[in-house]
Design a protein around this ligand. Structure first.
Ligand SMILES: CC(C)(COP(=O)(O)OP(=O)(O)OC[C@H]1O[C@@H](n2cnc3c(N)ncnc32)[C@H](O)[C@@H]1OP(=O)(O)O)[C@@H](O)C(=O)NCCC(=O)NCCS
Length: 168
C-alpha cells in the first residue's frame, strides 16, 4: 500500500469512494462526499494533509485533515479537524484506516501542528489517543454529545492550557 497526497485527478474518484464508504457508516448524513469538496474550497484546506491510500493502483482509502480553531476569548488557536476518513468496504479491518490516520498525523506534526480534533466513535478513536475534548477543558458548542467530540495531542500537553471552545 502507498499513501500519497491527493491530486486534482483523484477528486472525482474520491467523491465516489467517500459516498460509497459512508453508506455503511454507523452515522452519516449522506453528504460527506460534498463536505470533502466544501473543505477543499474553504480557506481551511491543507493539500499536504489530504491523502489517498492505493494498493495495486487502486484507491482504497482517503483522509482529510483541515484547519479548525479553538477560540478562547480573543485568542484563537489553530488546530486540525480530522474529517472525513473513508476506506473501501473490501479493504476494511486490515489496518488501512489506522495507517492513513498515523501517516496524516506524522505529516501534520512535520507541518508544526500539535493537536487534532474530530467527531466520531470513541470505540474506534481511543486507540489513537483521542479523548473527549471536555477532558482537556475545551467546550463543544454543538448539540453532539461530549463523548463523541474528541481531541488528540500530537505533542504531549499541547492542549493543557488552551481552554476555550471548539466548533466545527
Ligand atoms: C472507520 C473506517 C475508516 C475504519 O477503517 P479500517 O481500515 O477498517 O480500520 P482499521 O483496519 O484500521 O481498524 C479496524 C478496527 O476498527 C474498528 N472499527 C472500524 N470502524 C469502527 C467504528 N465506526 N466504530 C467503532 N469501531 C470501528 C473495527 O471493528 C476494528 O476493530 P479491531 O481492531 O478491534 O478488530 C472504515 O470502517 C470506514 O470507512 N467506515 C465508513 C466511513 C466512516 O464511518 N468513517 C468514520 C466516521 S467517524
Amino acid at each position: 500500500m502507498i499513501i500519497k497526497k491527493e491530486t486534482v485527478e483523484d477528486f472525482s474518484q474520491i467523491y465516489d469512494l467517500v459516498k460509497v464508504a459512508f453508506q455503511t457508516a454507523k452515522v452519516s448524513n449522506g453528504k460527506e462526499q460534498d463536505f470533502v469538496n466544501q473543505l477543499r474550497n474553504s480557506g481551511n484546506y491543507i493539500p499536504e494533509l489530504a491523502l489517498v491510500a492505493e494498493e495495486d493502483g487502486q484507491m482504497i482509502g482517503h483522509i482529510m485533515l483541515t484547519k479548525t480553531y479553538v477560540v478562547n476569548g480573543n485568542i484563537t488557536h489553530e488546530t486540525l479537524l480530522l474529517a472525513p476518513i473513508s476506506v473501501v468496504l473490501a479493504y476494511r479491518n486490515r489496518g488501512v484506516g489506522s495507517a492513513i490516520i498515523k501517516e496524516s498525523f506524522a505529516r501534520a506534526k512535520t507541518l508544526g501542528y500539535s493537536s487534532i480534533f474530530l467527531v466520531g466513535n470513541p470505540a474506534y478513536y481511543h486507540r489513537f489517543g483521542f479523548r473527549a475534548t471536555v477532558d482537556f477543558g475545551i467546550k463543544n458548542t454543538n448539540d453532539i454529545p461530549d463523548e463523541y467530540v474528541m481531541a488528540c495531542e500530537l505533542i504531549p500537553n499541547a492542549l493543557q492550557s488552551i481552554g476555550g471552545t471548539i466548533s466545527f
